[in-house]
Design a protein around this ligand. Structure first.
Ligand SMILES: *[C@@H]1O[C@H](CO)[C@@H](O)[C@H](O)[C@H]1NC(C)=O
Ligand SMILES: *[C@@H]1O[C@H](CO)[C@@H](O)[C@H](O)[C@H]1NC(C)=O
Ligand SMILES: *[C@@H]1O[C@H](CO)[C@@H](O)[C@H](O)[C@H]1NC(C)=O
Ligand SMILES: *[C@@H]1O[C@H](CO)[C@@H](O)[C@H](O)[C@H]1NC(C)=O
Ligand SMILES: *[C@@H]1O[C@H](CO)[C@@H](O)[C@H](O)[C@H]1NC(C)=O
Ligand SMILES: *[C@@H]1O[C@H](CO)[C@@H](O)[C@H](O)[C@H]1NC(C)=O
Length: 782
């Protein structure tokens, strides 16, 4: 039996694939037995008893049942997690009440900030006065509670100070769970809750090794501290990364929100701490069950699956999020760091906000000057400097220990690969790939090199994730990597110098999409466009665990309070913060309405007034960024919203999954409704054959009377008609429906070329004040 894998979308964006496989059918593993919503009114004890007796139906004794039960999900989610053989699991999956039975996968993370919020402000293009006015009305997210599923939190960080904050909201029912180096006094009026979950982790790996981890909500890793401070960190003056980079006043996106940490991610024993963390689905479901009962308003989950996406009923994050949406809790998740390969986006359920990652307008320049006088752009946040003179330069592949195969890995400075005799005192040029970037600098240092230049592979394009190297160094884009190699080849005595790094702001063109950001089309249901939106995720500065090195390399003795990281893990909390602010302004809006406000107000234009590009400089599209780049101030005044209820999502599930029975109070309609008609703020049509009509409904969220007219930018080779073309509203909350008819143009040369490929367009409703934009992605049937 092979189960798919779950991933935290990690800093340094290297994903770990962990395959849980059992060699014999008698091997037990953790399964989730999922019943959907609770049926009727039952006490927590009654629910637990039901779970227990269900489990006993496949176990030999009370004792065996008790010992194998890990969790009873009993507050919002109905189900349990237990150690089962595959036979026992398959018996349970045949029970009538059961929605799904699936192995608890090991997820990993696609695992803040001085600049990203200021930059977003610029993209908004609204006056400071209007922006401040709207933010004040939204009270900077005051009293909205954002829960995070992550690696824990470093509560002493200044970002989590509760100075001047009012009492904890009365609605809050959560706790501050004590554990190693963590007790109730580590929570405050900012960090109002903290819990930890590791039963499924320990069922798989055995008891947690506490040498480099806390058995408590305290963050050893740093990831959870980073994401938490990005959502809701207080304003901290004069903060910077190691070496003074990115200096400025840091603040989270919604500085007055309350935070609750649900620690679900733990290190893999014997793994490389720089990369390997894991978050078990059974632990995550328990965290979500508690978070919803505790009273969170928004959930930020920088965790996802990689590889083949599981079907919705067998996807713990998707199911937990559906329970959340029923309770009007917004769920933002990272899209993943598996780009630029197409169809890699994870967290694909339409009720989740799926977030891609893009750059900000800040670079850390540290150019290389070659011996021939050529100057090459470089970027780094390395806090060490070389002397101002030329050093001998060597390509790593020409300096490997004798006997190393001369394959592509030879130039990648993998541990133990370099020959000290050949690199001593030199600048070593290494290529990316095979292991963490900072590990390559570590290898150069080990072998006695003076500095490292890290070259992008063509797949990395022009995107540089800056690193606090352990020795002087910088990093260059792929075109420049080739130029350096050509120079090394052209001379017997290559030399170079590295100019020390400095922070440069207002860089044009920004944002561009990060190459690592996972892409559409949606591998699970191509009728739903994913990702939904993009937000800053490249070189983001935020708070950090004070016991974790900035590089996360075990051999790095440095410690920092703030650190720069990249990943969709970093962009997801930006969107969670924006959702919290919208929620503060419109407390009664559904999760779908809030998502719609964020999506329809996003921009596809960069700060040079050009279309958003990808890391290689090509024009990006909805499969990179969904609706575009987040603009939270615009989202506070969206004009119209595409609303969808919990029932709409259940109806959608009727069309895509057979025999769904999430909620016994709901019956699937006799005639299934096409998934394209889910009232999503975007349109995706795979294999358009002839003509297709899609229905959408908008709700007036503006000021009473208004009249909107539509502008269409059809995808190439597709004609699009919208009817009616004008929508008149007389009051707030009024709904109007319209039809979008898409037709593949025939006899059109261009359309012929595009068969099977996706083409993109958009339509916009405008009333003179608001622009409500929806992207369209269409492929024409072959
Ligand atoms: C919590 O731990 C701190 C030390 O980290 C200690 O000073 C404090 O008294 C403890 N508080 C409680 C309530 O135990
Ligand atoms: C716990 O981790 C430390 C540090 O990685 C290691 O030295 C030790 O052997 C581990 N202990 C066990 C019981 O695995
Ligand atoms: C940070 O905030 C302080 C006080 O509000 C202000 O004087 C300073 O200019 C700010 N610094 C930056 C880099 O924005
Ligand atoms: C290159 O050689 C190393 C060492 O033998 C090996 O581990 C690696 O897999 C090889 N890489 C490729 C791409 O063949
Ligand atoms: C450099 O020269 C070597 C042979 O000496 C060749 O294999 C390699 O492709 C050259 N690299 C570049 C970038 O020209
Ligand atoms: C398109 O629809 C026509 C008529 O329904 C059908 O005959 C044809 O096979 C379809 N083509 C594709 C590629 O699905």
């Amino acid at each position: 039996m092979r189960s798919p894998c779950l991933l935290l979308f990690f800093s340094f964006f290297l994903l770990l694939l962990l395959s849980l496989s059992s060699s014999s059918p008698n091997d037990r593993q953790v399964y989730i037995i999922y019943f959907g919503e609770h049926k009727g009114a039952k006490t927590v004890q009654e629910i637990e008893e039901t779970h227990h007796s269900t489990l006993l139906s496949v176990k030999n004794s009370q004792e065996e049942g008790r010992e194998s039960l890990l969790y009873s999900y009993k507050h919002s989610i109905n189900g349990f997690a237990a150690l089962l053989t595959s036979d026992e699991a398959s018996i349970l999956s045949e029970m009538e009440e059961v929605v799904s039975v699936f192995p608890s996968r090991a997820n990993t993370w696609s695992l803040q900030t001085t600049r990203s919020w200021g930059f977003i402000e610029e993209l908004e293009g609204v006056s400071l006065k209007k922006s401040n006015h709207l933010r004040r009305r939204a009270k900077y997210g005051k009293d909205i509670i954002v829960g995070l599923l992550d690696s824990g939190i470093w509560p002493e960080s200044r970002s989590f100070s509760d100075y001047g904050m009012g009492p904890v909201p009365k609605s809050w029912k959560g706790i501050c769970q004590a554990g190693e180096a963590f007790n109730s006094s580590h929570c405050n009026k900012k960090l109002i809750g903290a819990r930890y979950y590791l039963k499924a982790y320990e069922a798989y790996y055995g008891r947690l090794n506490t040498t480099n981890e806390y058995r408590s909500p305290r963050d050893h890793d740093g990831h959870g501290t980073h994401t938490s401070s990005t959502v809701g960190g207080r304003r901290v003056h004069g903060m910077s990364a190691l070496g003074g980079f990115a200096y400025g006043n840091a603040s989270g996106g919604a500085p007055l929100v309350r935070l609750a940490m649900y620690k679900v991610c733990w290190p893999i024993p014997g793994g490389d701490p720089a990369l390997e963390n894991t978050c078990f689905e059974a632990d995550m479901l328990s965290a979500m069950d508690d978070a919803l009962a505790d009273g969170v308003d928004v959930l930020s989950i920088s965790i996802g699956t990689s590889g083949t996406p599981p079907k919705y009923p067998e996807d713990g994050i998707a199911m937990g999020a559906l329970h959340a949406v029923k309770r009007n809790v917004v769920v933002a998740c990272s899209a993943g760091n598996s780009g630029p390969t197409p169809a890699t986006a994870s967290n694909l359920a339409p009720w989740i906000i799926t977030v891609g990652a893009s750059s900000v307008d800040r670079v850390f320049t540290s150019p290389v000057v070659l011996g021939n006088g050529m100057e090459i752009k470089g970027q780094t946040v390395t806090p060490y400097k070389l002397q101002d003179k030329f050093y001998p330069l060597v390509y790593a592949a020409n300096a490997v220990v004798p006997g190393t195969p001369k394959n592509i890995s030879a130039g990648q400075c993998t541990p133990g690969s370099l020959d000290p005799n050949k690199v001593e005192g030199k600048i070593v040029f290494c290529l990316r790939g095979n292991g963490p970037r900072v590990g390559k600098g570590m290898e150069v240092k080990r072998a006695g090199g003076a500095a490292v230049i890290l070259g992008n592979l063509p797949a990395n394009g022009a995107e540089i994730s800056v690193d606090p190297n352990v020795l002087p160094g910088t990093a260059v884009v792929s075109d420049d990597a080739i130029a350096i190699l050509n120079y090394i080849n052209s001379t017997r005595t290559p030399t170079a110098k590295i100019i020390p790094a400095k922070t440069v702001l207002d860089v044009k063109e920004a944002p561009f999409m990060a190459a690592f950001s996972s892409k559409g089309p949606n591998a699970l249901d191509p009728n739903i466009l994913k990702p939904d939106i993009t937000a800053p995720g490249l070189n983001i500065l935020a708070a950090w665990s004070e016991v974790s090195p900035p590089t996360k390399l075990a051999s790095d003795p440095r410690r920092v309070k703030y650190n720069l990281l990249s990943g969709t893990s970093m962009s997801c909390p930006h969107v969670a913060a924006a959702a919290a602010i919208v929620k503060a302004m419109y407390p009664h809006w559904s999760a779908a309405a809030i998502r719609s406000a964020l999506m329809t107000t996003a921009t596809v234009i960069n700060n040079a007034r050009k279309p958003l590009a990808d890391a290689s400089g090509s024009i990006a599209g909805p499969f990179n960024y969904g609706s575009g780049h987040l603009r939270p101030v615009h989202a506070l005044d969206p004009g119209l919203v595409y609303d969808a209820s919990y029932t709409d999502y259940l109806t959608y599930l009727c069309t895509t999954t057979t025999g769904t029975k999430f909620d016994s109070s709901f019956n699937c309609p006799a005639h299934p409704i096409s998934p394209t008609n889910l009232n999503h703020p975007s349109i995706a049509i795979p294999n358009l054959n002839g003509t297709l009509t899609v229905k959408r409904t908008v709700t007036n969220a503006g000021t009473g009377r208004s009249m909107y007219s539509v502008t269409i930018t059809p995808p190439f080779g597709v004609s699009v008609e919208i009817s009616p073309k004008i929508l008149k509203f007389s009051q707030v909350g009024e709904k109007k429906s319209f039809k979008v008819t898409l037709k593949a143009k025939s006899g059109n040369e261009g359309a012929e070329d595009k068969k099977g490929e996706y083409v993109f367009g958009s339509y916009e409703w405008r009333d003179g004040m608001h622009v409500v934009r929806s992207p369209m992605a269409v492929s024409i049937a072959n």
